[in-house]
Design a protein around this ligand. Structure first.
Ligand SMILES: [Zn+2]
Length: 439
């Protein structure tokens, strides 16, 4: 049996070598985007190229020529894009509307040919030779993923990613560590404290208030502002075409190019914010409510949101794929009525506009934030029950502001939530942001 763990470790990058890493990431992204453009055939998904060998044949020489990347990194860039195109085609086959994958996150894939991994530092190939980066290790690594996996000689380095957090201005290695365990050893591994390190970030999407709210308490983009901008566009449209009954049936196809570009920019930026939050808490999964049928449930005026939710979901899926984050949907039943603290689903819990107040335990918090925690929990619970090998020792966690919540063995998550105490489980400072300021 194989055990794979991902360990995030901060890198100490020499000041004069930082630029080499940035340029490497730029060029890596360039390879991925060039590949995506080549492999994605707009007219029909049937013709999208999903073969890595084909893509390499067609693009490798040119990209080697156009970049200063090593052979291995060019190949990794091509493969990353082909993977994303593949999942786009799969989504298409499921009936989802998809578009050409676009890579804008700062992330470079390294394996043993493009990097040499040591227990205290890593040597990375870049556009300008190798860059040696020491790990920034905590004083005491006992019982941490760093001590248990990164520094543990039983684990070997696998394909890892280099990432950069532009808010912290820090480079991180997301090291994937592998250990092969003999069958007779399996029992022991199940008591492994960090186990699979699977962490779920929940996301609630809304038509008013905040557009997206995460289970970690990030409030992303104002839906009210989007509605306002949308109405402005509508006014313009109204003056250009016959008003009256038709305006009630406007579809996404009737959006102007400008409007379309605007909303796609907004959605890309929301997707990036969600994934930044996922990276921050080292989430392995992002959970959304099931979007199937959402269009039917909604009035015409809200079709736009249904469309925007789906687009957003796809962006997060693509971008997540590139970073090794899985994106899943869960059933929306009771996510807004259920108390994320005590777990009750009293009828009277029905939240007022933006406030949830539990009639049983008195827990009060932002209604969307409450829902996002329930969404995270649903996926964690599902992953837990789908777990094929209970002896594999996988545990699942919810990403919450107050820290990680383990879902072990019997599912007593609600007890654990209350055990965490209310005081620490407050939303982070709100990060409202209008899309104009983001540009
Ligand atoms: Zn409650």
């Amino acid at each position: 049996m194989e055990v794979i763990r991902t360990v995030k470790v901060k890198l100490d990058v020499p000041e004069q070598r930082r630029d080499a890493l940035h340029q490497t990431a730029d060029q890596f992204r360039y390879c991925a985007n060039q590949t995506s453009e080549w492999a994605w055939r707009d007219s029909s998904n049937e013709y999208c190229v999903t073969s890595k060998a084909k893509a390499e044949d067609a693009l490798y020489d040119r990209l080697r020529e156009e970049t200063d990347l090593t052979a291995n990194l060019v190949q990794k860039g091509i493969r990353r894009a082909v993977e994303a195109v593949k999942s786009g085609v799969k989504a298409w086959e499921r009936g989802d509307r998809t578009s050409q994958p676009h890579f804008d996150s700062w992330s470079v894939v390294y394996d043993k040919r493009s990097a040499t991994f040591y227990r205290d530092h890593v040597s990375l190939s870049t556009v300008d030779g190798r860059v040696e980066c020491e790990y920034v290790l905590p004083d005491n690594t006992d019982g941490t993923p760093i001590g248990d996996y990164l520094l543990n000689e039983d684990f070997e380095f696998r394909m890892s990613t280099l990432q950069y957090d532009r808010f912290e201005d820090v480079f991180y290695l997301h090291a994937r560590m592998k250990r092969t365990i003999a069958d007779n050893e399996e029992k022991r591994s199940s008591s492994d404290t960090h186990s699979e390190n699977l962490t779920v970030l929940g996301v609630d999407l809304n038509v008013d208030g905040y557009f997206a709210v995460t289970s970690t308490g990030a409030f992303i983009e104002s839906a009210d502002y989007l509605n306002h901008r949308r109405r402005e566009f509508e006014k313009t449209r109204g003056s250009l075409q016959d008003t009256g009954t038709r305006s009630a049936h406007l579809t996404v196809q009737q959006m102007s190019d400008r409007e379309h570009r605007w909303i796609q920019d907004v959605l890309h930026s929301v997707a990036n914010d969600i994934l930044r939050e996922a990276r921050r808490v080292d989430a392995t999964h992002v959970a959304f409510e099931n979007l199937t049928g959402i269009r039917d449930r909604m009035a015409d005026a809200r079709r736009f949101h249904a469309w925007a939710f789906r687009q957003l979901y796809e962006y997060v899926e693509y971008k997540g794929e590139a970073e090794g984050v899985a994106v899943e949907q869960v059933s929306p039943a009771y996510t807004s009525q259920r108390c994320s603290k005590c777990g009750c689903t009293l009828e009277e819990n029905r939240p007022s506009k933006h406030k949830f107040c539990c009639q049983k335990c008195g827990y009060e918090l932002n209604a969307d934030y409450n829902a996002s925690k329930n969404i995270a929990r649903k996926l964690a619970k599902r992953l837990h029950s789908e777990q094929t090998s209970p002896s594999g020792g996988a545990t699942y966690q919810l990403a919450l502001t107050s820290g990680m919540l383990n879902l072990n063995g019997d599912f007593h998550a609600s007890d654990r939530v209350s055990a965490e105490g209310e005081s620490t489980d407050k939303p982070l400072p709100q990060r409202a942001r209008s899309s104009d300021q983001a540009k």
